[in-house]
Design a protein around this ligand. Sequence first.
Ligand code: TRP
Length: 406
Amino acid sequence: MEKIEEEKEGGAAAAEEEEQVVNPWQVAAKDGGKIDYQKLIDKFGCKRLDDSFVQRVERLTSRPAHVFLRREVFFAHRDFNDILDLYERGDKFYLYTGRGPSSEALHLGHLIPFMFTKYLQDAFKVPLVIQLTDDEKVLWKSLTIEEGKRLARENAKDIIACGFDISKTFIFSDFNHVGGAFYENMVKVSKCVTLNQAFAIFGFTGEDHIGKVSFPPVQAVPSFPSSFPHLFSGKENLRCLIPCAIDQDPYFRMTRDVAPRIGEHKPSLIESTFFPALQGETGKMSASDPNSAIYVTDSAEDIKNKINKYAFSGGQDSIEKHRQLGANLEVDIPVKYLSFFLEGDNELEHIKKEYGAGRMLTGEVKQRLTQVLTELVERHRRARAAVTEEMVDAFMAIRPLPHMFD
Ligand code: TRP
């Protein structure tokens, strides 16, 4: 979920391809261009989340929609309308999301799905399961099992710092949790997917090791309530909503295909765009280049420097030209980042108007962005520092959640 426009290790090489490539391991725009999200919707067969959804969510939850919903960061869905229909009838559902713990420090892009999931949990008052796919990262990267498990726990702290309600949230690592009913569902799913289908859905080839081919059922089964008897025993009919970045869609296309054949409901999805690298939407956010992203561990000084030095500007190269022509907002990263993280709609509109007309300069926009991100990162740092080992144990304990629907 982390990645966008990020090099994904282990996928097939895509560089000189004509077409854009988006799968769980690789996200690459067509040569020099941006990701074409409409094309993704068409290719994957999901639907656009139009404005009527935003209004419906506001009405059903009696609160303003999250910025990520209002500004189409979450822009596509599968059967989200079914979730809203049942909620309107007074039924509940559960949320499922996850993270592949590949690095110690999370960057802002990693936080997006969790910030949004936290909002969904609060707005709909529903339980949430969070899968840490430490196994996935060991299979795809050069990471030892011990290191994978350690990163899962470290990442759990950042996730908890997003403010999840412990009475409604279960976090688990695959290495620690796979077994029992969860594993039984994995076996059922595996039996329904042929090797040829796996090749077609995920782009695996005969050269890939069989660990990769065997992984998708692990990510599929948290979509089924019967995988979590300690949470949902007697509630096997509960529907599942998965917030995720759209690169995860292949996993859930497979899951939705299999679900009815093993007597389960198809999970619904609500899917986000990718968070662009500082260097621009064509650039790749490379794990090996710390200057392509802002990390939750960056100091105020780091944030300021990165934005000033690296954030791709749509402004003109001389003040005279800028005053005359204005900024190109389409390619401007400071404006793009503000559209993710600046709460006020009026202020955002004002900045776009003034900057686009050349009355505001890049420096001013970058300064405002620095302020917004410094506050966000500072808030996250404080919240994470307050997360104890005992809290991690508590979120990850196998236990019933008697207040999960309150
Ligand atoms: N594969 C995802 C990643 O690498 C982690 C993940 C597991 C996930 N289950 C999920 C993401 C459900 C979104 C929704 O980050």
